[in-house]
Design a protein around this ligand. Structure first.
Ligand code: PEP
Length: 257
């Protein structure tokens, strides 16, 4: 059996200014112990304006928490007003960047081509993508969640070589479960997470597929995390709302307890 270290990643979305981010990160730092870090990788994805503050805390406290951004430009520099580049994130020592979150696809017109270019920009700059995929309610009702989500995966990975793809994290986030309180059942999560792993084996090989972490995201809380994590192809969670409550986030990290 392949050992995949579970990843619990908190997506703060557009919440917490840099002062609030410092307070929140310190709460996590006080609560999390070496025992937690030994069995689970913990990451936070704050807004861009918080990243420098978070970096300073993490350096100073030798915290083992990792951090990353919620988006990245497809371009490395130039006349792209308002954008944040891969070299900038890399300079801030971001480990991860979320790419293709449904809110960006929905409200910011991110197409498959854009998501693919952003995945390449992240790898080019040594920042690891947490690639978000997942179907909306209409697709789920039609029973087409697997085909739809795999098409998003294919699009995002077009032209991405195995040496990069082996370091990606994929987050299956059914849109109807994000921020709605309506969590997918563990079986729903397993169905699509398992299909994602099988597709990675087709696109690359089984060894790569077995080493990539596939997360579930959508209304994960401490009360439902263990059930979802019990599924063989679910290797962690992307957590939105519940990541804004430090105690609750720590409980999710300790889903085994
Ligand atoms: C998310 O935004 O990635 C997410 C999963 O949000 P929530 O946990 O609030 O559903």
């Amino acid at each position: 059996p392949v050992l995949r270290t579970p990843l619990m990643a908190g997506n703060w979305k557009m919440n917490l200014n840099h002062l609030e981010a410092i307070a929140h990160t310190q709460k996590l730092a006080f609560a999390l112990t070496d025992k937690d870090y030994a069995s689970v990788e913990v990451a936070i994805l704050p807004p861009f304006t918080d990243l420098r503050s978070v970096q300073t805390l993490v350096d100073g406290d030798k915290m083992k928490i990792k951090y990353g951004a919620q988006d990245i430009s497809a371009h490395d520099s130039g006349a792209y007003t308002g954008e944040i580049s891969g070299p900038m994130l890399s300079k801030l020592k971001c480990t991860y960047v979320a790419i293709g979150h449904s809110e960006r696809r929905q409200y910011h017109g991110e197409t498959e081509e854009i998501v693919n270019a952003k995945v390449k920009a992240a790898f080019r700059n040594g920042v690891l993508p947490i690639l978000c995929v997942g179907e909306g309610l209409d697709i789920r009702k039609a029973g087409e969640q697997v085909g739809y989500t795999l098409a998003q995966l294919d699009g995002a990975l077009a032209g991405v070589e195995a040496k990069d793809a082996e370091r990606i994290v994929v987050a299956y986030e059914p849109v109807w479960a994000i921020g709605t309180g309506e969590v997918a059942t563990p079986e729903d999560a397993q169905e699509v997470c398992g299909a994602i792993r099988a597709r990675l084996a087709e696109l690359y090989d089984q060894e790569l597929a077995d080493s990539v972490r596939v997360l579930y995201g959508g209304s994960v809380k401490s009360s439902n995390a263990a059930g979802i994590m019990a599924k063989p192809d679910v290797d962690g969670a992307l957590i939105g709302g519940a990541a804004l409550d430090a105690e609750e986030f720590v409980k999710i990290v300790r889903y085994r307890d």
